[in-house]
Design a protein around this ligand. Sequence first.
Ligand code: ADP
Ligand code: MG
Length: 453
Amino acid sequence: MSKFSDLGLSEQMLEQVARAGFDKPTPIQEQAIPNALMNRDIVGIAQTGTGKTAAFVLPMLDILAHARQRPGLPRALILNPTRELAMQTAEVIDIFAEKNSAKHALLIGGMTIGEQIQKLAKAPDVVIATPGRLIDLQQRGKIMLNAISVLVIDEADRMLDMGFVPEVEKICSLLPAQRQTLLMSATMDEEVGKLVKKFTNRPKYIDLSPQKRSAETIQEKFIPVQNERQKISLLINELKNRTSALIFCNRRQRVKEVARMLTANRSGDHPDNQLAKNTGKLHGEMPQAMRIEELERFRKGVIKFLICSDVAARGLDIEAVDCVVNFDVPISQDNYVHRIGRTGRAGLKGSAITYVGAEDRVILERNGMLKQVEQAIAKDGGCWQGSEKPYLATTETERNYRQSPKKKRDSAKSYLGTGGVPRKTKVARSGGEKLNKPAMQAEALPAFLRNPV
Ligand code: ADP
Ligand code: MG
């Protein structure tokens, strides 16, 4: 393992690195930094939490410090898929650019554009942006991109997931062809490969993705559950023993529901009242300012638990999260890897707990995790019941029905179909059908995916 001082960084930068408390480079930094300093294009693939941000920020700042100035025009552009990630990148730049003269501007949606226009008028050297807002500002003539010499595409796999490829393409068409491009991703697949081809020029590949893509410091557990109520009580018990946890749900609506269930009937001096006080939520429907505030409260330990949608799954570097709970089984394996990557970061130990109901078999079959889950449950001596009928939608009515006492259920049958599902929904029509009918899965799951996070 080499030292930071072996990588070709400037003395000034090495001082900043020491001040930041980084003893030695992580593997991605060890390989990316010297190559980036030689002005090569880089494709860096490494798990979440392995220090990819510093792997591009350090050489980028050094390159800018020693290259010709272009007064008035930004020279480096960092694209991030989400506002939160862009803010985090800006924070890292703040740390390392302290003695460096590079001024930067953060251009993200959800914040007033006026302030950003003012910031741009001050001629920043580095621009950190989400694609939509950058294009907006460019079209208003507020930013010129023709002097960009370093482009960073961070979290490329997430850019793809969020459908940002056309925007990235548009932005790249506005940049000089002669430039250095650094592309970072936690995962590498055919789609990311296409991006690499499109946006980089004879890059140096640094692929550190291990066979098993989640960090070895994470202990993964899959716990079979019978129903929603059991999930909630397991969760409450789990949180009693945890110092901090992120609890992931698939949709924003679910985040609200779980938050409600966790905090219901716990007023006054109820022993679980602490739990309500310690729990926050984060999803895409919340205004940006509130999302930031909630994340800060979690980061600072004001609240210990955060119920969130996949908005928080990728790249957010929240220190020392003790545990990640998948309250809902993630739709894709990538999402799983990213969610559990919020714990066990930078060598710390962490736990990842996933509750699996019989109805989750469909999702697990589809996302390729079924075998892993079955094996893990069997290894722990657990028993996971097979599903008798598909359980794809958690509509209010269906859930109430499932959780109501038998007497109520019988009377509810006048409204509900015989399969126990509301007649008027898509699910009702398929209520009695077998799980493994492919047409059914194909039709039901995309609807699930379309739900906003
Ligand atoms: P990634 O982008 O790969 O998911 P980050 O860049 O967010 O990971 O880094 C994860 C954490 O590791 C951050 O808290 C960062 O400060 C820390 N870190 C990065 N590089 C080092 C290093 N060389 N030594 C110690 N900590 C580091
Ligand atoms: Mg990152």
